[in-house]
Design a protein around this ligand. Structure first.
Ligand code: NAD
Length: 556
């Protein structure tokens, strides 16, 4: 019997292998709905199970978008889109790819955050694998329940720190599902390769635990050695059952994210997007900004406000970038300063975690970002503290006084948590700021010049990195892959983008950008012997060929 994965991945399905009748219509990876031809309807046992009029995929796309746009709010749009994904994935991805800028905020942030908060209420159909602490000793068997044998991309969360929303327990499943949709939408990773997983280890969110419609274990979070043992078994099972899979850690709490990344990155093919993907997008933004300011990183000083997964990851990758430009690690670290929730990270502090220590410098302790700006005199200010209004007028004006072209990134999400708005950054620097944000801001006109602020969206990075790992069958994810991803992304920014103040390419170019990033990432795997594969003669062509195109195949 043909394996299901082989059937789904075969670009030319054989009618004899396909499920027939209602089973075919209920298989979202094979269903075409009203677009089944008459010949297909006759020979696949579905004649009469569909309305008689045949529609093209184009016509279906029109119907879907009319439906989406008619919905009264974004959560309803989300529910509608997930319903489509559960019925007809090819159509779902065609719609997504053609309307990425409109639909990304629906199937991912910010709407997916609201969807996760209300996951129990809006729950319709399960997608992905749920593994709980009670599954210890049986995780392999559970993984074998997944219908597709050749999984290549796993996104796993334990739901502890979902976006900026905190502990959402099993409701966090919306994130791996949404993120994997972006792997497919933004980089053409075949949906049959993807597997969302939630490790339900309970939740410390009491409101959720007491919610009668909550979908997960109504218990406090598992911690300590039992938690670690569950993760260990999960990693072993994942690599045994799906030996070619990349594991992407997603939205783990701070106490686990760094630890798990450090422990497993050298053992299996694994990365953490919150730390490493964000880092690459931030460093790409800095590379682009440098095209405007001129000079190299050696001419800059960076002040990070917030010292969590996003900013510490960015700091580490920035150090690697500077070292690759010829600086010593010590010199590179001296250019990176951090303010955390207590204040400036200085050597005299005794409360700094192992991740923060390497960025603590000999200096007086200062409490506020303004004091830190005046002391450090940074050329770039990078906010990811998850707290609103961390860059008030005085901070922005101070940056404007210190620099001709101050670099100001306000990365905290959602918009209401942004360190400052695009309007504030441009206004208080008389239009001189090089600004990027985590949440999208509309174009802003200052003194007759219109600025289009760039969004430091991780979706520019992780899909391409995943595609490169899959294309090369890589066995590990060294940090350098994120550095080349950042360099590649920055190179894809056109002069016209920079002229508009945009330091990232427009989102509608993301599939091309992902293919380029994939090539750079795969090159490292071949160069460093991180794959048993031989490098294809035409790597770009190889990558293009494995990208999923959301168009229907003829079945007969
Ligand atoms: P995190 O919880 O790991 O880190 C936040 C850090 O900020 C913590 O270390 C906290 O101590 C610190 N902090 C809190 N209050 C502070 C204050 N008043 N002053 C200074 N520091 C303070 O979260 P994270 O993953 O690092 O994400 C942080 C923010 O960045 C979130 O809003 C997230 O949405 C955003 N983010 C944006 C992108 C992007 O734009 N591509 C990517 C990832 C995260």
């Amino acid at each position: 019997m043909t394996r299901r994965s082989d059937l789904l991945l075969d670009p030319h399905h054989h009618a004899s292998d396909l499920p027939k009748g209602i089973k075919l219509l209920h298989d979202p990876l094979l269903n075409k709905g009203t677009a089944f031809s008459q010949a297909e309807r006759d020979s696949l046992g579905i004649h009469g199970l569909l309305p008689p009029r045949l529609f093209t995929q184009d016509e279906q796309v029109t119907r879907v978008m009319e439906n989406v746009r008619r919905k009264p709010n974004n959560l309803e749009k989300y529910i509608y889109m997930i319903g489509l994904q559960d019925r007809n994935e090819t159509l779902f991805y065609r719609v997504l790819v053609e309307n990425l800028a409109e639909l990304m905020p629906i199937i991912y942030t910010p709407t997916v955050g609201q969807a996760c908060m209300e996951y129990g209420e809006i729950f319709r159909r399960a997608r992905g694998l749920f593994i709980t602490k009670y599954d210890r000793g049986h995780i392999r068997e559970i993984m074998r329940n997944w219908p597709n044998e050749d999984v290549r991309m796993i996104v796993v969360t334990d739901g502890e720190r979902i976006l900026g929303l905190g502990d959402l327990g099993a409701n966090g499943m919306g994130i791996p599902v949404g993120k994997l949709s972006l792997y497919t939408g933004c980089a053409g990773i075949h949906p049959a390769y993807t597997l969302p997983i939630t490790l339900d280890v309970g939740t410390n969110n009491e409101t959720l635990r007491n919610d009668p419609l909550y979908i997960g274990l109504q218990e406090p979070r598992l911690r300590g050695p039992e938690y670690d043992a569950l993760i260990e078994e999960f990693i072993e099972a994942a690599t045994e059952v799906f030996p070619r899979a990349v594991v992407q850690l997603e939205d783990f709490g701070n106490s686990n994210a760094f630890r798990l990344l450090t422990k497993y990155r050298d053992q299996v093919c694994l990365f953490d997007d919150d730390i490493q993907g964000t880092a690459a997008v931030v460093v790409a933004g800095l590379f682009s900004a440098m095209r405007i300011t001129g000079g190299t990183f050696a001419d800059h000083r960076f002040l990070f406000v917030g010292a969590g997964q996003a900013n510490l990851g960015a700091g580490e990758l920035l150090v690697l970038a500077m070292v690759s430009q010829g600086m010593s690690e010590k010199e590179a670290r001296e250019r990176c300063w951090f303010v955390d929730s207590t204040g400036l990270m200085v050597s005299s502090r005794t409360d700094l975690s192992a991740q923060k220590r390497p960025f603590a410098h000999e200096a007086p302790f200062l409490k506020t970002p303004l004091e830190a700006v005046e002391f450090v005199k940074p050329t770039a200010l990078i906010g990811a503290a998850g707290q609103a209004k961390m860059f008030p007028e005085a901070v922005i004006r101070a940056m404007g006084k210190l620099n001709d072209r101050p670099i100001i990134f306000a990365l905290s999400n959602p918009t209401s948590n942004s360190e400052c708005s695009a309007e504030e950054a441009y206004t208080y620097t008389e239009g001189r700021a090089i600004f990027a944000s985590g949440s999208p801001f509309p174009p802003f006109t200052y003194n007759g010049k219109t600025f289009v602020p760039g969004q430091g969206n991780n979706s520019y990075i992780f899909p391409g990195v995943g595609l490169g790992l899959i294309a090369s069958n890589a066995t590990r994810v060294p940090e350098e892959m994120f550095l080349v991803a950042a360099q590649t992304l920055a190179k894809e920014v056109a002069q016209e983008d920079l002229d508009l103040g945009r330091i990232y390419p427009p989102l509608n170019r993301v599939r091309d950008v992902s293919a380029k990033i994939a090539e750079a990432v795969a090159n490292i795997a071949y160069r460093d012997g991180l794959t048993a594969d031989k490098k294809p003669a035409d790597l770009a062509e190889h990558i293009k060929n494995i990208m999923f195109q959301p168009v229907y195949q003829d079945y007969v």
